[in-house]
Design a protein. Structure first.
Length: 323
């Protein structure tokens, strides 16, 4: 298991490990980041699990907070069915004491789990491809599962805390080349599962990127195969209208959260006319972000990739005007 401060484990990996610990007869503390203020290494929704003997996996701060939590759990401080809220780093002195960046502060929720059955049920639904919202009632400690579609990734209210789990965020890039490779590298850093689709033999990458899937299907077939999940972003970067239009004609009928197309404003206007001629409705075409990305004056491939990924991130975070 990764030690505190190691690369944080994925949510499904942590759930599986916690289930195994519980099945072996251990009790497990599940710690969730509720809120952060100032500098904080881990975002709201991040998880840490602690076994009764102090073993840990995951991360809530990347620093000494994890060790302090482990010690407090071993000493029996946390227990009962009602989750416990803890604040760290309320002032500069405590920020230094607990290893937080200067001025940082975070609020945590600690749940003590004593049976593997609820986690096993959650894992089974995730592995079946469902998007699931795990809701924790803060007054009773009751945990319930709900459909995750249409919800924010993480919500921490006064009555409950809800975290959405399920299929990974995906990015489908139509068209290979330097821009696609730059965008794929950046997206991987943000935990996207990336697929580059290009059926053109001349564009086959002689040095495929590690951790990136490659697809030789026609673009519309690739969208049908990969783009049906609400956690999918689809971007055409092929510079070939025939390839791009095939993908976009299919993509705009999917629930993908972001659909973008590379090109100038003139090419975007011409593309919209072609899509109308193909029978797409104006409200479908209005979903298209073209030219793709946020305006940052980008010229080089890496800058364009950054612009597009910024637009995808804005759409994923629900900001208006993106996508």
């Amino acid at each position: 298991m990764p030690p505190s401060g190691a690369e944080p484990a994925g949510d499904l990996e942590l759930l599986g490990l916690a289930r195994d610990w519980l099945a072996a007869g251990d009790r497990v503390a599940l710690v969730t980041v509720l809120h952060t203020w100032g500098s904080a290494p881990r975002p709201p929704g991040a998880w840490l699990i602690i076994r009764r003997d102090g073993a840990m996996a995951g991360s809530v701060s990347g620093g000494c907070v994890e060790q302090a939590l482990s010690e407090r759990y071993r000493e029996g401080e946390f227990g009962g069915s009602i989750p416990t809220r803890i604040d760290f780093g309320v002032d500069r002195l405590e920020a230094n004491r607990w290893g937080l960046p200067c001025g940082g502060r975070l609020a945590l929720l600690v749940e003590v789990l004593d049976t593997e059955a609820p986690l096993a049920a959650l894992i089974a639904r995730i592995e079946a491809g469902e998007l699931v919202a795990r809701r924790v009632c803060l007054t009773t400690g009751e945990v319930s599962l709900h459909p995750g579609a249409g919800r924010s990734d993480f919500e921490a209210g006064t009555a409950a805390v809800t975290k959405v789990l399920g299929p990974s965020w995906q990015l489908l890039l139509v068209g290979d080349g330097q821009l696609a490779r730059d965008l794929a590298r950046m997206a991987r850093l943000l935990d996207y599962r990336v697929t580059i689709c290009d059926p053109r033999e001349a564009f086959a990458d002689p040095q495929p990127l590690a951790g990136v899937d490659y697809c030789r299907l026609m673009p519309d077939d690739a969208v049908r195969q990969l783009g049906t999940c609400p956690r999918t972003a689809i971007v055409t970067v092929s510079h070939d209208p025939k390839q791009d239009d095939l993908a976009l004609g299919e993509a705009l009928a999917t629930p993908a959260f972001y659909i973008g197309a590379l090109g100038s404003r003139a090419s975007a206007a011409a593309r919209r006319e072609r899509l109308l001629a193909l029978g797409l409705a104006p409200e479908q075409i209005a979903r298209l972000d073209a030219p793709a990305g946020l305006p940052i004056g980008s010229k080089r491939p890496a800058e364009i990739a950054l612009s597009i990924l910024a637009g995808i991130t804005a759409a994923r975070n629900g900001l208006s005007g993106a996508g």
